[in-house]
Design a binder for this molecule. Structure first.
Ligand code: IPE
Ligand code: IPE
Ligand code: MG
Length: 247
């Protein structure tokens, strides 16, 4: 595989997405194909995530959102759910100093209250420790549901007594987990599934999508570059004609 740093030059800063959101899918299939347990797949997936976070930071992506655990994932076997949260605590313990050194600020999209105590504490600690970091925002979508996020924004608008005429897209967006961050320019999904699985439903209205058959543990920095190159070649029109874009 070619050196990712060499490929980096092929995407100019102007063509780089400000916000990349990833659906990290395929850990289980990766493990099954190798006769390993699903847990082994998740472990390998964590290693892939670590490399992608660093690469995204290196190329200059300012916002990276990783789908780590969906609200629907609670319906998996208890032992798998338990393992995933333990893995997260382990990851934070090992990686926190690295994140801080790279200027990566950690953030969570999703309710922390419902997470196991140890996970919540590890996250709160990491969020606090990296609060001053400003090279890249790393959002973990955890216990996340796009529909629930929309309902949550509705509830805040009602609770705050916002007048119907003041319910603008901006007012709504300010009550989403992504408040203050740009919408994802690029959404990547691995493992060959072509669906959104309740991810960033409001924010992905005009995102570019990149689907790959690669299973998440095999998603390397070189694959990230491929996605970024594909994105750089897309024409984002936002409803306009190609001629208008070129003017
Ligand atoms: C993604 O991999 C990780 C999580 C959803 C937590 P999967 O565990 O969904 O892997 P597959 O889809 O079963 O292969
Ligand atoms: C989406 O993957 C959630 C995460 C990657 C955390 P799933 O594997 O849960 O999605 P579905 O169930 O195949 O749609
Ligand atoms: Mg899956």
């Amino acid at each position: 595989m070619s050196d990712s740093r060499n490929e980096q030059v092929s995407v100019s800063a102007a063509a780089l997405p400000a916000h990349v959101a990833i659906i990290m899918d395929g850990n289980g299939r990766w493990a099954t194909m190798r006769g390993l347990s699903r847990s082994e797949g998740h472990k390998a997936g964590t290693e892939a995530a670590r490399a992608i976070v660093t690469e995204a930071r290196t190329v200059g992506i300012r916002h990276l959102t990783m789908y780590t655990f969906s609200r629907e994932n609670w319906s998996r076997p208890k032992s798998e759910v338990k393992f995933l949260f333990e893995l997260l605590v382990d990851f934070l313990g090992r990686e926190l100093a690295n994140l801080e050194r790279q200027g990566i600020r950690l953030n969570v999209f999703g309710a922390l209250e419902d997470l196991p105590m140890a996970t919540r504490m590890a996250l709160q600690h990491a969020i606090g420790r990296t609060a001053h970091c400003d090279a890249m925002m790393l959002n973990l979508a955890l216990n996340y549901s796009g529909r629930e996020e929309i309902l949550r924004a509705c509830r805040s608008l009602v609770t705050e007594g916002v007048a119907p005429a003041d319910i603008t897209e901006e007012a709504f967006a300010a009550r989403l987990y992504t408040a203050g961050q740009p919408d994802p320019d690029l959404v990547i999904r691995t493992s060959g599934e072509i669906r959104i699985s309740n991810y960033l439903l409001f924010q992905s209205a005009y995102s570019e999508f990149y689907f790959t058959d690669t299973l998440w543990p095999d998603f390397t920095p070189a694959e990230l570059h491929k996605a970024l190159e594909t994105y750089a070649g897309r024409s984002r029109r936002f409803g306009r004609t190609q001629e208008q874009i070129e003017q």
